[in-house]
Design a protein around this ligand. Sequence first.
Ligand code: IPM
Ligand code: MG
Length: 355
Amino acid sequence: MKIAVLPGDGIGPEITAQAVRVLQTLSRDGLHIELETALVGGAAFDASGDPLPAATIAVCESADAILFGAVGGPQYDTLPRAQRPEQGLLRLRKHFDLFANLRPAIVYPELAHASTLRAEVVAGLDLLILRELTGDIYFGQPRGIRINEAGEREGFDTMRYSESEIRRIAHTAFQAARKRAGRVCSVDKANVLETTQLWRDVVTEVHQEYTDVALTHMYVDNAAMQLIRNPKQFDVIVTGNMFGDILSDEASMLTGSIGMLPSASLNARGFGLYEPIHGSAPDIAGKELANPLATILSTAMLLRYSLDQAGAADRIEAAVRQVLAKGLRTADIAQAGEATVGTRAMGDAVIAALG
Ligand code: IPM
Ligand code: MG
């Protein structure tokens, strides 16, 4: 089994280094995995002028799964869009048709107090945000900045979803709900946007094949509010690319920190890219401050979904629970006055807890 490791920019290299150490520990225990590192994002642009060089695509194609860190940094923000680090990630998602983005938000009992919401609102939360990842306004054409008839600049993007794109993510949502609490909430803006009216219609049609699953619909503005008001009402939230981007950052704060949320981006054959949902955090890069747990938990998802190694995934998730129970905290999940550990020390603790 081979994993392509793409550390990327900012804190990406620090956090993936800890996940790689976890994988190496599991290899010593008999899990046969080969790792190959490749450049992506700003690091790849600096080396080759392209945020997703052909050599990196080749490494990913030869692998069974991709472990991804983070991309982006202020020094790249003025580059032409095609050369920006984020394109490395967006092109990878498109190239491998990674349409199903699973973003679970779990509140660990020890961290219920780390959330900015009252502990009783978030304690016990177990929510799955399923974000469609290869369509919507992220990829719709035409798009651009042009001079309009009045002679002023005008920006435009196209929100677009085909029926088949909606259908396949709806199937993923209902199948995921069957393995969970059996409830899907589909989030749209069908009161205003045609694209999401079609979304609602198609999700409702697909639901006919899953009558054992409960389906509700919610407008995205209400969903943003309900996530803060009463997040435990949700089991699976399925939504489009842009709404999912926004709602998953919001949901991360229920768990105490964006540094805790892993993700899996899967295609129809189970090949996947695994990454923390947080970004490259250039302000804390290289300072040993980043929380590696979202990346370590992404590695557990990788083992579970792409390599069929549920036992190894369970071991990692149990180790993370154990270090949290022991009181280890990086700065993002510490309460005032609590002692904190750095990125590598958190990795050490997880490795020790693997047993
Ligand atoms: C995410 C990120 C990306 C996105 C960026 C880095 C392109 O915010 O994975 O949520 O918008 O999808
Ligand atoms: Mg995002």
